[in-house]
Write a protein that binds this ligand. Sequence first.
Ligand code: ADP
Ligand code: MG
Length: 422
Amino acid sequence: MKFTELDLKPGILKALQKKGYEDLTPIQEQTFPHVLSGKDLIALAQTGSGKTAACAIPVVQSVDPSIKEVQALILVPTRELALQYVDEIAWIAKETDVSTFAVYGGFSMDIQKSKLAHGVQILVATPGRLIDLLYNSDLRLAEVRYFVLDEADEMLNQGFLTDIEFVFSCMIHEHHTMLFSATMPNEIKHLSKNYLDNPEIFELIADQKAPSSLKHCFEQVAPRRRFETLLKLIKDEDPKQVILFCSSRRNCDTLYDHLKKEVKSVEQIHGGLDQNKRTSLFRRFKRLDIRFLVATDIASRGLDFSHTDLVINYDLPQNPEAYTHRTGRTARMGREGKAVTFVGNRDFGKLKMILRVNRIDAEWIGETPDMSKASAGKKKRRRRPSGKKRPGPKRADGQKAEGQSATAKKKRRRRRKPKTQE
Ligand code: ADP
Ligand code: MG
């Protein structure tokens, strides 16, 4: 179906035309009439399938620019996603009078407050900063008609459930809730049962784990030869743009220090950098001003980098889901992309699980290792010595989740591992 067949405002159609959007993607085609009709919905679709515009276009179409209050509220788990989302809404709304803005932690609250005071119809927010603003500014949600949770599974992963419930409790008036996610863990079912009104569920991920234009390669690396293997890989592949994922900030630092001596145009991004730096890196990487980005999992969720043709898992991802999200940064919208995962001798058990759950036929660079003896089952939990506290939730880069508010900290629940749909 073409966008021109929809009854969209001329300003929106003009923007879509300029951007080169002609046909709706499958998730857009399915959800569009439901968003417009104002029904609650849950949309599950693989990464890179166009979920942002699936929500943003009908929302820009529906809000009333003459009302200066927030009418659509979009919650996202990270600051970079907030920026990406608001950029997407901004170009869709460019030829209209609809105003959009993003609020997130690490940025002046005063500036955010004054922008909000001028009237914003579509607000994108990370949960922590939104709640700070609800407590400390005139921001009210009484006019919100659309409440959107993007990357809902990741928000719950990061322990934002209590915050999300708090935001729901601030909106006792009638509104429509839309949940966009790549997976459907039990927590989402629970959330939907409690807060959504008979939602329509669109599921476009059941049979397709990852884009078919994505090639999954694996390479066994000998101890202490990881970096050498990397340099050879970069030389052989000659990629246009690469993200190199590491499992911790420290690994990021080390790889970045070594890599910048060998190649040009390399930067690193992780939760320890200040927000201005993160924002500028993210925008420069999107513009292809940076060729190599060394990153923690902070860059693995939802971010849309259309030039990235190679993802390297320098360290093995923690679980099958993390693998999907990291590698989903390439091969977006049918483009060709490649993921190369480095595998050490101790990684076989976890790798087997990643391959099994994600239904990947591994293609090996170099020799195919014998993994027959490794177990893909879950590790047995060791009992913690009595008296020791259970450690708090940690993110992959060892930091607490960005923007967690007091409510989340106080009432943090024991989080079950989300089950992937696939
Ligand atoms: P998701 O949220 O499902 O991971 P995104 O919304 O980030 O995916 O979209 C992935 C890419 O597809 C983006 O670069 C976006 O600009 C592009 N895109 C989305 N919808 C369309 C469309 N209808 N036609 C062409 N490109 C599109
Ligand atoms: Mg998305």
